[in-house]
Design a protein around this ligand. Structure first.
Ligand SMILES: [Zn+2]
Length: 254
């Protein structure tokens, strides 16, 4: 079985480049991606972009410290539900939200997908609950939104046929996961999430300035490189140059 894959840009962030690549100077403006995976037996969103609450009152939303280093660019119509609708998919007909992890720029749109099961690693959920609202990128209002929760323990084959497989890529956060897809048009595609922000991260094996476990991240970089060498296409988490060449829905990516 194969799936169809669509890419969406749910806003942009401007932040210090060192957040992406340890030691890098200056600032960067990076995309916030989300993806829709369409399988004959269900629709799964991979990450949900930003929370509309960041528009009106970014300081109240993210806190004073973070708002000094992060700027949101998130216009009406760029939230995940509107992006889905513009490409012919109703947000209330999405069956799963697979969160790579629960940082605000990956789970901020979860509330907009009301009927989905939330598919997350158990250790990520536990960590997010423990540190929510402590200025560490986890906001309860983003991820604690009441849908049914499927807490995974490591690798998980969502439809049981190898087409959508959650793979643990711990390191960026304690329970980060990526997704390996068999797509109809694009062959094997790996949605890295924040396991790898940039093409350059992988080429130079450079971790971000802030990482939960740097050694684990490097080990994940090597695993991603091996998948790439075997023919998989990697979708980097926040790479503006790479993203500029990614076809956006309603065009199909895979
Ligand atoms: Zn993150």
């Amino acid at each position: 079985m194969t799936v169809a894959l669509y890419a969406y840009t749910c806003g942009f962030l401007t932040l210090p480049r060192s957040i992406l690549l340890d030691g890098a100077p200056g600032v960067a403006t990076v995309p916030v991606p989300a993806y829709l995976i369409v399988h004959p037996r269900g629709r799964a969103l991979f990450d949900s972009g930003l929370n509309v609450d960041c528009r009106e009152d970014p300081v109240g939303y993210i806190g004073e410290a973070a708002s000094k280093v992060i700027q949101f660019h998130f216009l009406p119509g760029e939230e995940v539900s509107a992006r889905l609708a513009a490409s012919g998919f109703a947000a209330d007909q999405v069956d799963f939200v697979i969160n790579s992890h629960l940082h605000y720029d990956h789970s901020g749109g979860n509330a907009l997908i009301p009927n989905a099961d939330i598919v997350v690693q158990a250790r990520e959920w536990a960590h997010a609950k423990a540190v929510a609202d402590q200025n560490l990128g986890y906001l309860a209002r983003d991820f604690d939104t009441g849908q049914r929760l499927r807490q995974l323990q490591g690798e998980h084959d969502l439809f049981g046929d190898g087409s959508v497989v959650c793979i643990p890529t711990y390191g960026h956060t304690p329970g980060h996961q990526s997704v390996r897809l068999k797509t109809e048009l694009g062959g094997e595609i790996v949605l890295c999430g924040d396991a790898c922000y940039l093409k350059e991260s992988l080429e130079t094996l450079t971790t971000p300035s802030v990482a939960h476990d740097r050694e684990a991240m490097i080990e994940v970089f090597h695993r991603l490189r091996r998948m790439q060498a075997l023919g998989a296409t990697l979708m980097y988490g926040h790479d503006p140059d790479f993203w500029a060449g990614v076809p956006q829905a309603p065009r199909r990516l895979g």
